[in-house]
Design a protein around this ligand. Structure first.
Ligand SMILES: Cc1cc2nc3c(=O)[nH]c(=O)nc-3n(C[C@H](O)[C@H](O)[C@H](O)COP(=O)(O)OP(=O)(O)OC[C@H]3O[C@@H](n4cnc5c(N)ncnc54)[C@H](O)[C@@H]3O)c2cc1C
Ligand SMILES: O=C([O-])CC(=O)C(=O)O
Length: 338
């Protein structure tokens, strides 16, 4: 019998990953995945989905390394299995190039990706504006395939799904024992966290099947990511910009910047244009608290604010959230657990 009721709020890559981790590891919990938007309508669905990260300032680097490595290893196993095409997860090799040598020449995740090395002078000749670069193989996880695949895995583990919008956690306090908040940018209103803010990103999907390698400018604004069915090119990083409509000025700028990196792109065809708002925060919030709601104290586990790195860190932070749910269970009175 399932007698601890857990609700995970949010069905982007963070919520679905977290819900799967809890449902598979804690079979005595009944787990509900609740969100107003599911795939294909979440921010996660439009992400390029490349595994890559910048360092958050106040989280121990060992913890960030673990988040990256846990996600990488989980997705690598999928990429190397028969599930790869359906789950939308593939290996991706290429270059990250820099106009100036960065202060940290080797990123913290260098040991987690495959075959990381500095580019040779010969390789850099292709990129005359750049003087330093990384060559390596990482993963690309296309959430418009991965999320439905993962939701299916959640249902197989006994999870339930509910589509609705909530205005406050209080609405859930009578029906659930533990609330797991994976609402991304929604946490601004849902838990009143003004530290989470939008960083607008626009990308294009292009048909250019001859491109096999990713190219990313280290400034994070210009990138070309070949995928399973098309090439994702971008991008923009516009802080506190809430516009969800496509900006044709951005489209022109993306095409111009990307064609400078890869001139053959001018022969590609634009298939679609997309805008998303990254749920950014100085550091992601992965922690628990006991919240006093009218008539009841409820355990809340937060897992949101991953900015431009939600796909990269999803499985790692979901495992941390699972650990926090286990701690909540230990703190609950015995009759509530069994
Ligand atoms: C252009 C672009 C490119 C990107 N590329 C990459 C990349 O290459 N690699 C990478 O790692 N990351 C990338 N990202 C970042 C990535 O998309 C995000 O970090 C990630 O999607 C965050 O996931 P999430 O689950 O927290 O949020 P979301 O996907 O936004 O999901 C939030 C969920 O919460 C639900 N919700 C919110 N409020 C409520 C409420 N009140 N009631 C009910 N439900 C609610 C929503 O409906 C939704 O289901 C990119 C982002 C953009 C915009
Ligand atoms: O920066 C990148 O290479 C892709 C990404 O994560 C984003 O646009 O948020």
């Amino acid at each position: 019998m399932k007698n601890v009721r857990v609700v995970v709020v949010g069905a982007g890559v963070i919520g679905v990953s977290t819900a799967v981790c809890i449902a598979e590891a804690l079979p005595f919990c009944s787990v509900t995945l609740l969100a107003d938007k599911f795939s294909p309508d979440t921010t996660s669905d439009g992400a390029a989905g490349i595994l890559f990260a910048a360092k958050f300032p106040d989280i121990p680097v060992e913890r960030q390394k673990r988040w990256f490595k846990d996600t990488f290893d989980h997705l690598l196993a999928i990429a190397q299995s028969q599930h790869s095409p359906e789950a939308g997860v593939m290996l991706s090799s290429g270059w990250q190039i820099f106009k100036e040598v960065p202060a940290e020449r080797k990123p913290f995740w260098a040991e987690s990706v495959i075959g990381f090395r500095f580019m040779t002078e010969e390789e850099l000749k292709r990129f005359p504006d750049h003087k330093f670069g990384h060559a390596f193989t990482t993963l690309k996880c296309e959430c418009s395939s991965y999320l439905p695949w993962l939701e299916n895995r959640f249902r197989k583990a006994g999870g339930q799904v509910e589509q609705r919008s909530i205005n406050s956690l209080q609405e859930l306090s009578n029906s659930y024992d533990i609330i797991v908040n994976c609402s991304g940018l929604g946490s601004r209103t849902l838990v009143g966290d003004n530290q989470v803010y939008p960083v607008r990103g626009q990308v294009l999907k292009m048909e250019a099947p001859w491109l096999q390698h990713f190219i990313r400018d280290g400034d994070g604004k210009t990138y070309i990511y070949p995928g399973m069915h098309s090439v994702t090119v971008g991008g923009t990083r516009q802080e506190e910009d809430w516009r969800l409509d496509v900006d044709e000025g951005d489209t022109d700028s993306i095409l111009k910047r990307c064609s400078r990196l890869e001139p053959s792109l001018s022969h590609g065809k634009v298939l679609s244009k997309w805008v998303g708002l990254r749920p950014s925060r100085r550091n992601p919030r992965v922690e628990k608290e006991l919240v006093q709601l009218p008539g009841r104290r409820v355990h809340v586990v937060h897992n949101y604010g991953h900015g431009g790195w939600g796909v990269t860190l999803a499985w790692g932070t979901a495992l941390d959230a699972l650990g926090l749910v286990r701690q909540c269970l230990q703190e609950m009175p015995p009759q509530a657990k069994l």
